[in-house]
Design a protein around this ligand. Structure first.
Ligand code: NAD
Length: 484
C-alpha cells in the first residue's frame, strides 16, 4: 500500500461540488492514495463577510499539505472583494501556471485537430499585483510590475518543463514594442535564458500577432510562455479552440506548494443539473497525481478518460452529431471513466507517465545581480488639474523650476502636450510633468524633489504622486513621452 499523501480539497461553488465529487470518485476507484482535508472557500465565505473568500483557519490546512485540489468558485460582483485565486497563488508563491491545451479529434470537435500546446503563464506579477488607485476625477491607474527574478523564474520554468516533457520549442509572447521596460525585460530575460537550452528551439512574437496565430494555426506552437494577463486570456482561447473550456486543467506551481484546478469557472447556469463536464478538474487531478509521485495512478485515470472520449461518451458541452455516440450527464460520464480504469485507448495514443514527467519541482534560485550604479536625474510629478489648456499649466509650472530641476515636458495620458503640443490632443485631468536635473553633474538629491513638491504645492496645484527618474549604470530607467 502506497503511503497516503495529504491533500487539501475545496468543493467550490456552482458546478464545483458536482465535478469535485466526480473527480474524487475516479481517483478513489483508480487507487489514488490520498488523505483528504476539506476546506470551505468561495461564495458562502464571502457572504459571511470574509472579503478574501477564505477563512484564516483554511490556511493551516493549505500550509500543512501544500497540495490543493480546487473547484471553481463564484466571485461576487462589485467592489470590496479580492479574487481568491489571485490571493492563494500569490500567498503560496505559486509562480507558474501551466495549462496544457490539447485537441481530442476526431472525437471532440475542433477546427484544430493537431493542436497540442502548453501555456506557461506567469502567475504573480504584471497587472495582477492588484495595486490600483483612483488618482483624479477622470483617471484610474493599475500598476504593472514585472521583476527580473520573476521573469527568470517563469522563463526557466518554461524551458525546464519543455525539456522534461519532451517538447521541442518554447515561444515567448510580449508586447515589448509598446511596453519597452516591463515586457522588454520579460523578452530580454527570455533571450538570455534561451541560450542555456540549445537543445530546444525558441522564438518570440508580439502578443497581438501571436494571439492571431494561436487562434488560427495553434499546431505551430509547443510551449508558450507569457506574462500574467496575456496568459490568462490566451489560455482560455486555446482551451476553447481545442474543444471546450470544460476540458482543460491547470497546475499552479511554486517552491512551497501547488494548486490544481480546472481552467473554467463555476458555470452557475448549469449548476446542480448533472450537466457539467468534470474533465477539466479530472485533468487537473491527473497533474496533481504526477506532482505527488502517483504517476501510475495518473496513467490509469488518463487512459480511462481517453477511452471514454474515444467511445463517444460525451457531456453536452462536447457533444456533436457525427463525433459523439452518447450524450451523458456528469454522473454517467464519471461511471464510464471508472468502468474503463485499467483499459488503454485504441484510437488515441495511450499515456504513460514516467518518473520525472510533469511539472518542474526545483529550480535554481534566480540570480541576484549586484546593484547597478543608480543616479537620480529627474522626477515626474503627476497632477490633478482641469483649469485650462496645457500652455497655461506649462506657464504655472515653469515658475517652480530652479537651478536644480527644470520643467522639460508635460504629457497627458503619455502624449506630449507641452511644449509645442498639438491642439487636437484630448486632455483629461491627469498630467505628468517631467522635471530634469540642471546641476553640473546631471544628478539631484531627494531633498531637491521635496523642495520642488513644496513649490508645486505653493502654486496651488494638486500633486497626486511623483515618480523618480533614475539612470542605472548610465542607462535611463524611464521611457520618453510619446512625441518627445
Ligand atoms: P465559466 O467558465 O463558468 O463558464 C463559461 C461557459 O462555459 C458557460 O457557458 C458554462 O456553462 C460553460 N462551462 C464552463 N465549464 C463547464 C463545464 N465543466 N462543463 C460544461 N460547460 C462548462 O465562466 P463565467 O460564466 O465567466 O464565470 C462564472 C463564475 O465563475 C464567475 O463568478 C467567475 O468569477 C467564476 N470563475 C471562477 C474561476 C475559478 O474559480 N478558477 C475561473 C473563472 C471564472
Amino acid at each position: 500500500m502506497m503511503k497516503k499523501t495529504a491533500i487539501t480539497v475545496a468543493f467550490g461553488d456552482g458546478i464545483g461540488p458536482e465535478i469535485m465529487s466526480s473527480t474524487l470518485r475516479v481517483l478513489q476507484e483508480a487507487g489514488a492514495s490520498l488523505e483528504i482535508e476539506e476546506i470551505e472557500i468561495g461564495q458562502r465565505v464571502y457572504e459571511r463577510g470574509v472579503s478574501s473568500g477564505i477563512e484564516p483557519g483554511a490556511w493551516d490546512s493549505l500550509r500543512r499539505t501544500r497540495v490543493f485540489l480546487k473547484s471553481p468558485i463564484t466571485t461576487p460582483q462589485g467592489g470590496g472583494y479580492k479574487s481568491l485565486n489571485v490571493t492563494i497563488r500569490k500567498s503560496l508563491g505559486l509562480y507558474a501556471n501551466v495549462r496544457p491545451c490539447v485537441a481530442y479529434a476526431p472525437f471532440v470537435k475542433t477546427l484544430h485537430p493537431k493542436m497540442n500546446l502548453v501555456i506557461v503563464r506567469e502567475n504573480e506579477e504584471d497587472l495582477y499585483a492588484g495595486i490600483e488607485h483612483r488618482q483624479t476625477d477622470e483617471v484610474m491607474q493599475c500598476l504593472k510590475l514585472i521583476s527580473r527574478p520573476g521573469c527568470e523564474k517563469i522563463v526557466r520554468y518554461a524551458f525546464e518543463y519543455a525539456r522534461q516533457n519532451h517538447r521541442k520549442k518554447v515561444t515567448c509572447f510580449t508586447k515589448d514594442n509598446i511596453m519597452k521596460l516591463t515586457d522588454g525585460l520579460f523578452h530580454k530575460v527570455f533571450d538570455e535564458i534561451a541560450k542555456e537550452y540549445t537543445d530546444l528551439e525558441h522564438d518570440h512574437m508580439i502578443v497581438d500577432i501571436g494571439a492571431a496565430r494561436l487562434a488560427d494555426t495553434p499546431e505551430m506552437f509547443d510551449v508558450i510562455v507569457m506574462p500574467n494577463l496575456y496568459g490568462d486570456i490566451l489560455s482560455d482561447v486555446a482551451a476553447q479552440i481545442a474543444g471546450s473550456v470544460g476540458m482543460a486543467g491547470s497546475s499552479n506551481i511554486g517552491e512551497q506548494g501547488a494548486m490544481f484546478e480546472a481552467i473554467h469557472g463555476s458555470a452557475p447556469l448549469i449548476a446542480g443539473q448533472n450537466l457539467a463536464n468534470p474533465s477539466g478538474l479530472l485533468r487537473a487531478a491527473m497533474m496533481m497525481l504526477v506532482h505527488i509521485g502517483q504517476g501510475e495512478v495518473a496513467t490509469r485515470v488518463h487512459n480511462a478518460w481517453l477511452c471514454t472520449l474515444e467511445r463517444g461518451i460525451h457531456t453536452g458541452d462536447i457533444f456533436s452529431e457525427g463525433n459523439s455516440r452518447e450524450r451523458v450527464g456528469t454522473d454517467k460520464f464519471t461511471e464510464s471513466v471508472i468502468q474503463r480504469l485499467g483499459q488503454k485507448p485504441t484510437q488515441f495514443t495511450p499515456v504513460l507517465y514516467a518518473e520525472g514527467d510533469g511539472e518542474v519541482k526545483f529550480l535554481p534560485p534566480p540570480t541576484r545581480r549586484p546593484p547597478a550604479k543608480k543616479e537620480l536625474v529627474g522626477v515626474d510629478v503627476f497632477l490633478h488639474w482641469r483649469d485650462g489648456l496645457p500652455d497655461k499649466l506649462g506657464e504655472l509650472l515653469s515658475q517652480t523650476s530652479n537651478k536644480e530641476l527644470e520643467l522639460k515636458m508635460i504629457t497627458n495620458r503619455g502624449v506630449k502636450v507641452w511644449p509645442q503640443g498639438l491642439p487636437e490632443t484630448f486632455c483629461t485631468d491627469h498630467w505628468r510633468c517631467r522635471f530634469m536635473a540642471q546641476t553640473p553633474d546631471g544628478t539631484i538629491q531627494h531633498r531637491d524633489i521635496i523642495s520642488l513638491l513644496e513649490r508645486v504645492s505653493m502654486t496651488g496645484l494638486d500633486f497626486i504622486k511623483c515618480e523618480n527618474l533614475c539612470n542605472f549604470d548610465g542607462e535611463p530607467g524611464f521611457t520618453l513621452g510619446q512625441g518627445q
